[in-house]
Design a protein around this ligand. Structure first.
Ligand code: FAD
Ligand code: SF4
Length: 495
């Protein structure tokens, strides 16, 4: 049953009346139930683009923080790619000192309101949590991400966020290519040392995937704008509509524009396709295009946006990752009557976060598991009219450790669809490689770097995030961004 925010808040209030954070015994902490995240009702949320998860109430966050055992060996920190002092910030949250909790997080992570929403905590910090281990269920771990989200939102809403301090101005200047999470964290840490920082963004809005990819209903764009404003407050310049490799080459930045170092955080924005017949038909989109139209170009807001909306009744989404879930749930909100995820393995192998799969199911997304698309079928005018699929069964595990899908002979069938969104992953855009002599990339097109310093094959050029890792996560991109900034700062001090 879907519980309302008021119900969940009342339940938390009763627990707070029973236990006091100063005197509660360790054993009692483990009896407190995990606080459920209040969400919009599924039947309502599919009619709007507003955030699905509403965030904990103050009572809930105090109760959830009380579940933390303050373990001496702090195993959860081991699972955090940026090493946040998790027990310390949770201890402050349990006392209701949210400003102090936020300050603690911000020592290690610049974007807590974003990470609290989109990080796959169940594979990271929460996977190491003692409470989850005691309960033998990672889903029962302390909800570290939800507490982080509350603390960051509270501090922002109460104007308790402080702009990071910047040392006195040096004469060095650094160019940052891209404005995604890798670039944001690198830019901030370089600027803190007093160097001038100029960011270059190909699109007309800054923020990378946080702005053009992840939908509004999972990550409100006003939060991303707010975080980027704090970069501007630090004195960082952001140049939009500037494509490095076309507007200026990387060489130009180093030699003609006299930047002392360049950081490349250009992401993995080149969509992959299945290379099956019919992928050029009208009504076939890459997930990148589909989500960009909706998020960045606001196609969902037909009254105020000039972006045309492709009218869909029956949408097929190929793939089973977070991007596929985002595409399917977006299609539903854009008015499609039926939306189906077509994935060649079973539910167990779905790479998307469990929470996203559950939310998609609640919203009526259909899961055609163990099906492999063979062809997109078109009508005489070149529009999509169906997808030819074949049924699969699971065989032996492959290199990824997941069981391999094996097609079953004689099971081919054509199912009616009028739209297809291909969401099977992204690769690096080759533009920078093509326009920069001496920039080494691997066979996938990812820039090759020294793992510790993020230095590329060109002196003074550093890179990290998805352009190095392939499509990864926000927090990994941020963690690497900090490492790169450290290396850039020491390179500049020696230069
Ligand atoms: C739909 C979607 C959903 C996702 N959901 C999650 C999630 O829930 N949790 C999670 O942790 N991760 C998620 N990810 C992955 C995560 O967003 C990325 O790993 C992360 O954004 C990578 O950061 P980045 O800074 O390396 O690159 P990006 O965020 O891709 O930013 C790169 C920026 O560089 C710009 N750029 C590229 N080339 C140039 C150039 N030549 N000149 C100037 N600018 C350039 C691009 O326009 C872009 O703005 C998702 C990804 C997608 C696509
Ligand atoms: S492992 Fe879990 S219980 Fe222990 S300190 Fe970290 S969050 Fe708290």
């Amino acid at each position: 049953m879907h519980k309302s925010l008021e119900q969940l808040d009342n339940e938390a209030k009763i627990i707070l009346e029973k236990f006091d954070n100063n005197s509660i015994k360790m054993k009692e902490r483990t009896t407190i139930p995990l606080q459920e995240m209040p969400t919009q009702d599924p039947s309502v949320r599919i009619t709007n683009m507003e955030e699905v998860a509403l965030g904990y109430t103050e009572n809930q966050v105090k109760v959830e923080a009380m579940r933390c055992l303050q373990c001496k060996n702090k195993p959860c920190i081991e699972g955090c790619p940026v090493g946040i002092d998790i027990p310390a910030f949770i201890a402050s949250a349990a006392k209701g000192d949210f400003a102090k909790a936020n300050e603690k997080i911000k020592e290690s992570s610049l974007l807590p309101s974003i990470c609290g929403r989109v990080c796959p905590q169940e594979n990271q910090c929460q996977n190491y949590c003692t409470v989850g281990k005691i309960k033998k269920d990672v889903n029962q771990s302390v909800a570290i991400g939800r507490i982080e989200r509350f603390v960051a939102d509270y501090s922002r809403e109460h104007n308790q966020d402080v702009t990071p301090s910047v040392k006195s101005q040096t004469k060095k200047k650094v160019a940052i290519v891209g404005t995604g999470p890798a670039s944001v964290s690198a830019a901030a840490d370089v600027r803190r040392e007093g160097h001038s920082v100029v960011m270059f963004e190909a699109l007309h809005k800054a923020g990378g995937v946080l702005v053009y990819g992840i939908p509004e209903f999972r990550l409100p764009k006003k939060l991303v704008e707010k975080e980027l404003d704090s970069l501007v407050d630090m004195g960082i310049e952001i140049n939009k509509n500037f494509l490095v490799g076309k507007t200026r080459t990387l060489d130009d930045l180093l030699k003609k524009d006299e930047f002392d170092a360049v950081f490349v955080g250009a992401g993995a924005g080149l969509p992959k396709f299945l290379n099956i017949p019919g992928e050029n038909l009208i009504g076939v989109f890459s997930a990148n295009e589909y989500l960009t139209r909706s998020n960045l170009m606001k196609a969902y807001d037909q009254k105020n946006s000039f972006t045309p909306l492709f009218n869909s009744e029956k949408v097929a989404v190929f793939g089973g990752g977070n991007v596929a879930m985002d595409s399917a749930r977006t299609a539903k909100r854009l008015g499609a009557k039926e939306v189906s995820i077509i994935y060649r393995r079973s539910e167990e192998e779905l790479p998307a976060r469990r929470e996203e799969v559950e939310h998609a199911k609640e919203e009526g997304i259909n899961f055609m598991l163990l099906h492999q698309p063979h062809e997109i079928v078109g009508d005489e005018k070149g529009f999509v009219k169906g997808v030819k699929v074949v049924t699969c069964e699971l065989g032996e595990p492959d290199d990824s450790g997941r069981r391999r899908p094996v097609e079953i002979e004689g099971t081919e069938q054509v199912i009616d669809f009028d739209t297809v969104v291909v969401s099977i992953g992204n690769a690096s855009n080759p533009l920078l490689k093509q326009t920069t002599k001496g920039l080494d990339v691997n066979k996938r097109g990812n820039i090759i770097v020294n793992e510790d310093t993020c230095e590329t094959s060109i002196k003074g050029v550093f890179a990290c995030g998805d352009i190095v890792l392939g499509a990864a996560t926000v927090i990994l991109a941020m963690g690497q961004g900090r490492n790169a900034a450290k290396a850039i700062n020491s390179y500049l001090s020696e230069k």
